[in-house]
Design a protein around this ligand. Structure first.
Ligand SMILES: [Zn+2]
Length: 168
């Protein structure tokens, strides 16, 4: 599947619906999966509105659907950048100030001991985002927290509401 770029949008969508194209195929053909998802009615990742904790004209911040910890969060730019090296300095500053604010509130609401931050965005095509991963008091400190096993997201309405209120 390295010729996806030559296909029309509708043809790619049809292939996704038939399970013939995965997110990895999209990435490998140089198409941004995040932008493709946004432009095509969330065909790849589903509607994230129920997981959104903060949004403004430049950024969106949402709980992850297959988290490594309760409160695992992503902050993403609305505009497409391939990775952190591609963003301008102002956006870089803004996203880190936003990350700080979200970390403080995640720590409080989830009663985490610490919040880890990472950004990777590797591969032929990706969409710049930062991940925030809580580390709890019953967990050991250290980089293994970045690769804790993923599990299925379960909505906690109270925490969601508290976070949204704190983040305005
Ligand atoms: Zn993108």
């Amino acid at each position: 599947m390295d010729n996806l770029k030559q296909l029309k949008n509708d043809e790619i969508i049809e292939l996704i619906k038939n399970g013939k194209v995965t997110v990895a195929d999209i990435v490998d053909s140089g198409i941004c999966p995040t932008c493709f998802d946004k432009e095509n009615n969330h065909i790849l990742y589903g509607d994230k509105t129920d997981k959104m904790i903060y949004e403004d004209d430049k950024f969106e911040c949402f709980l992850i659907g297959n988290p490594r910890a309760n409160g695992h969060t992503a902050i993403s730019t609305k505009k497409h950048y391939k990775d952190m090296m591609e963003i301008d300095d102002i956006t870089c500053k803004e996203i880190f100030i936003l990350a700080k604010k979200i970390m403080k509130n995640l720590k409080k609401v989830y009663e985490a001991e610490s919040i880890y931050l990472c950004t990777m965005c590797d591969g032929p095509m990706n969409h710049f985002h930062i991940q925030l991963i809580p580390r709890y008091s019953f967990e050991k400190r250290g980089s293994k927290n970045f690769v804790k096993p993923r599990f299925e997201y379960k909505e906690d309405k109270d925490k969601l509401q508290e976070l949204r209120e704190l983040l305005g």
